[in-house]
Design a protein around this ligand. Structure first.
Ligand SMILES: [Zn+2]
Length: 386
């Protein structure tokens, strides 16, 4: 703070610092208010944010990482169910290049669909490269639903499912009870399911809410403006949907109510933009873990904070990617493994910024890439991962 004040004093302009209007620890909007020439207008029409893609003139060392340094379990993948022999050949060929050892098919199935999906994996030439999680459809939840779903989960685990999930974002955002009301994440009717998962020693991969900007007005201050403008179904206006904080509070109550059950919050629980907050959550709830699906751009814009977080919580972070796009994995390897600066991210509507590498130590990388997954999903050991 002293450094900020002296900076502000030197510039005689940053009222935002001096009056303390910026909450501690958050970012200002970067404007210095009365800068000379601030009212000047461009002489030419401004490009749109889609048009303006300047080439960088920065010259710094480049270390692309096409193949992960250690074997990787992708704990959050989505694959066809059942997968055909041809589809699996294509998937496995790409996995070999990336050093992806095992994909967890978190599309998740139950009953005969699960048995068929498992059968296709076992009959394939790549039976050690994919595992299945079970899933539950939260439709028309009423009295008795939880007990019945718990019994089905037990049967699914007996059939070979190694976890439960991905419990999708619909749970919380869309799912309704039989009486028409919104199904809350911590509805006690569902308790038998979470308790069964604890008893069966399987993790529950759960996706709750969406990035917090998806719940905010679509205006020029929204960090995900482009994505929200492109995808109407990613907007969650207050008049039709619960708020981000409401969903997060329900989720946290659920986690706390079942301390004997292991939960993996997908997408870093959508707190990758506030790692201090996520750290407090992990401190408070030892049964909670997080995976990295779809939040790389958040990590890559705060490489030092992210590095420290991954070191401190090295036993609680798992690698997950979500959508299976082989050419996107190397961006993750590069961000985790190198100290490269200012390199491209792959999706302009997630991030209008560049990424920086976190330079994680080998011991942390091993835990992130596979060791923590093997700890939470013991069935992976049978596939040769230690
Ligand atoms: Zn997913």
């Amino acid at each position: 703070m002293r450094r900020m004040l002296s900076l502000a004093g030197a510039l005689c302009a940053a009222a935002v610092f001096v009056t303390g209007q910026t909450p501690k620890g958050s970012q200002s909007d970067g404007a210095l208010g009365n800068r000379p020439g601030a009212t000047r207008e461009p002489e030419f029409p401004s490009p749109s944010i889609r048009d303006y893609k300047p080439r960088t003139t920065l010259v710094v060392p480049q270390h692309p990482v096409p193949r992960a340094r250690f074997p990787v379990v992708d704990l959050h993948s989505h694959q066809p169910m059942p997968i055909s022999a041809g589809q699996f050949d294509t998937v496995a060929a790409a996995m070999d290049h990336l050093n992806l050892q095992v994909l967890v098919n978190a599309s998740g199935a139950s009953g005969t669909r699960l048995v068929d999906a498992l059968g296709a994996i076992r009959a394939s030439r790549h039976r050690n490269r994919m595992v299945m999680f079970a899933n539950i459809s939260f439709r028309d939840v009423g009295p008795g639903f939880g007990e019945k779903a718990a019994r089905q989960l037990e049967a699914d685990v007996k059939a070979g499912a190694l976890g439960l999930g991905e419990i999708m974002k619909d749970f919380g955002l869309h799912a309704k009870k039989a009486d028409g009301s919104r199904l809350h994440l911590d509805d006690p009717e569902l308790s038998p399911i979470w308790e069964a998962a604890g008893r069966l020693r399987i993790p529950v991969l759960i996706h709750t809410a969406e990035p917090q900007e998806f719940f905010e007005p679509l205006d020029m201050r929204n960090e995900r403006w482009l994505e929200l403008a492109l995808y109407a179904n990613r907007r969650y206006p207050a008049d039709r949907f619960p708020r981000f904080e409401e969903l997060v509070a329900e989720r946290n109550r659920l986690f706390k109510a079942h301390p004997g059950t292991t939960f993996i919050a997908a997408h870093f629980g959508w707190h990758a933009n506030d790692l201090a907050r996520l750290g407090r959550l992990l401190d408070e709830m030892p049964n909670v873990y997080v995976e990295t699906g779809a939040i790389l751009a958040e990590l890559g814009r705060q490489p030092r904070a992210a590095h420290d977080f991954f070191v401190k919580y090295q036993d609680r972070v798992l690698f997950g990617k979500d959508s299976y796009q082989p050419d996107e994995y190397p961006y993750f390897w590069r961000t985790f493994e190198t100290g490269d600066e200012y390199f491209d991210y792959y999706r302009d509507y997630h991030a209008f910024w560049k990424l920086y590498g976190m330079q994680l130590p080998d011991g942390v990388l091993r835990k992130l890439y596979y060791q923590n997954a093997v700890k939470l999903v013991p069935g992976l050991r049978a596939l040769g991962l230690r």
